[in-house]
Each structure stands twice: as structure tokens, then as C-alpha cells.
Ligand binder design. Structure first.
Ligand code: ASP
Length: 307
């Protein structure tokens, strides 16, 4: 148990206009990312598992209203919140995912309950909530999940839509949180959680809970994505990175860059991802103006960034 550990996280990608980011929000964003890095790296430092580390990091991000997941989730066109999340353990490829979920304080823990307490990989809606309830996870009332700026973003999106327009500010429309880690044993894990896209149709499911699209961990790499979910699904974004490394022998950097800039970008797939390999290398590419992100490796100081 000597190997390097590494953790990389994101809090969503998009057109994060500098003008819209007040110094207070910028500072709070860095602080939120730093708290998530701390939550995950505490576990990795002591020899804990990558699975526990990504779960802890994503829980911290879900508890931060600035990000579009958990208590900061965006609203559907019907004014409700439907959350998606997935977690995957690279060593044995066990995975759990939830879609269209409302109620559990931390959807990522509901995804983990699906993985650990059911024979299934993906559960939706009320059936997913039931598994979370049976696992004893905390639930919250609607008021806990309400944030005024997400509600304002929905009203703005619906008003634009009524005029046949869409917002040029992708960050208003979406976001997601995620984490990938390599622990001291060389085991990899990935976790992703989202409210989806503002004004999405009720029942719409994005790439986040789709294993191989927005979330993947195997024995080669772990990937968590954020961006235009439909494109991540159609191009199997996360699985494509693993396949390039496995079959072409590409490095993590080369494979992740290829998918973000050569596969997703030309196909209306704005966004980015965080990825880690079993040697503790990290990659955090994005093709949007910014991506809330951070990473830490054993023996190095944590880094957080937006642009
Ligand atoms: N990928 C998420 C979704 O499509 C949204 C995002 O990451 O911005 O649901």
C-alpha cells in the first residue's frame, strides 16, 4: 500500500462568464470545491478506498447549493426536480445508478445503495427512492432543494422558449458534479450526480447515470463527465476513453483530450470531464469556456480552478 493516490472533481462545465461571477460567488465556488477535495482525500490519505472517496467528495458537492446536484438541482419544465446519479467501482465493475429521483438528500448515496443492496444497476423514480429509504438514507423536504437562482433560471428558460429562443449561457441551463479517484491500492472509482438541464422535459434522463457515457470506472481509468448529456450518450464518451487506452495504448491525457475535443466538440457536445488512471495520473479537459474543477495527489497541494 504505497502507491500514489489521486482525486479529481468537477462542479459542472459551461459558458461561465467572468462578468456573471461575482468575487463572492467565485470565492464560494473555490471553497466548495476545496471542501469536496478535502472530504475525498482524507479517505485516500489513510488508505481508504477510491469508492468511499468519490462518494464522500460527491456528497460534499451535492450539499453545496452553488452546484447543480442535490440541494442545488435545477428544475424541469414542470417546475419539479428529477435527479440522476451513478457510482462505479473499477476493480470489479460493480455499478449503481438512479434516475428521475427526488427525496434523498444525497442521490449519490442512493446510487450506491442500488449497487450494494440490489441485484440491479439502474433504478428510476419511486422505486429508486424506496431502495434509498430501505437503506436508511436521509430524505429532505422540497424546501431543502429549492434555490431561488435555479427557479429564476427556469423562468428565464421558459420565457425564452416561448419566444422560440434558447439561452446562450449554458451554465444557466446545466451543470453536474462528479469525482474520480485512484486509491493507494491502485483501485479506481467514479461518481457523478446532477439535476440535469434546466427546463428539461419531465422523464428526460441525461448521461450521468448511463454507465459508459457520463460515468465509468474499470481497471484502466475512471471518468466522470459534464455537459450536453445527449451527445455524451450517443458517443459513449467515457467508454470511448477506456477503449482508446485499452486498445490503442493511448495515455489518459491523449484519450481524454481526443474525446472532448475531437469527438464531443464537433458534434454539439459542449462540456468536459475528469479522469484518472491506475498510476494516479489525472486529466481534466473541457471544450467550454470553463469547468469548475479541482484535483489533489498524494504529497501535492490541492488545486481548484474555473477557467
Ligand atoms: N450532463 C448533464 C445532463 O445532461 C448536464 C451537465 O453536466 O451539464 O444531464
Amino acid at each position: 500500500m504505497s502507491q500514489t493516490f489521486a482525486l479529481a472533481i468537477h462542479g459542472g462545465a459551461g459558458t461561465i462568464r467572468r462578468s456573471a461571477l461575482t468575487p463572492e460567488i467565485e470565492q464560494a465556488t473555490h471553497a466548495g470545491l476545496a471542501r469536496a477535495l478535502e472530504a475525498g482525500s482524507l479517505i485516500l490519505r489513510d488508505g481508504g478506498s477510491s469508492l468511499d472517496a468519490v462518494t464522500a467528495a460527491v456528497c460534499a458537492l451535492e450539499d453545496e447549493p452553488l452546484f447543480n446536484a442535490g440541494c442545488g438541482a435545477v428544475f424541469t419544465s414542470a417546475g419539479r426536480q428529477e435527479m440522476d446519479a451513478a457510482v462505479m467501482n473499477g476493480a470489479d465493475r460493480r455499478a449503481g445508478a438512479v434516475a428521475g429521483l427526488f427525496g434523498p438528500r444525497n442521490p449519490i448515496r442512493a446510487a450506491r445503495a442500488v449497487m450494494e443492496a440490489s441485484p440491479h444497476v439502474m433504478m428510476i423514480g419511486e422505486a429508486a427512492a424506496r431502495i434509498a429509504r430501505e437503506a436508511g438514507l436521509p430524505f429532505e423536504e422540497a424546501s431543502y432543494f429549492f434555490t431561488q437562482n435555479r427557479w429564476d433560471a427556469l423562468e428565464e428558460t421558459l420565457a425564452l422558449r416561448a419566444r422560440g429562443e434558447t439561452s446562450s449561457d449554458a451554465a444557466v441551463r446545466h451543470g453536474t458534479v462528479g469525482a474520480v479517484a485512484c486509491d493507494r491500492h491502485g483501485n479506481l472509482a467514479a461518481a457523478t450526480s446532477t439535476g440535469g438541464m434546466t427546463g428539461k422535459a419531465p422523464g428526460r434522463v441525461g448521461d450521468t447515470p448511463v454507465i459508459g457515457a457520463g460515468t465509468l470506472a474499470d481497471d484502466i481509468c475512471a471518468v466522470s463527465g459534464t455537459g450536453h448529456g445527449e451527445v455524451f450518450i450517443r458517443y459513449g464518451a467515457a467508454a470511448e476513453i477506456a477503449a482508446r487506452m485499452r486498445h490503442l495504448g493511448e495515455s489518459l491525457d491523449a484519450a481524454a483530450d481526443h474525446v472532448v475535443h475531437r469527438v464531443l466538440a464537433p458534434n454539439d457536445g459542449s462540456g468536459g470531464l475528469v479522469a484518472v488512471d491506475r498510476h494516479g495520473n489525472v486529466a481534466l479537459p473541457f471544450n467550454s469556456e470553463g469547468m469548475y474543477r479541482g484535483h489533489v495527489r498524494s504529497g501535492e497541494a490541492p488545486v481548484t480552478a474555473i477557467y
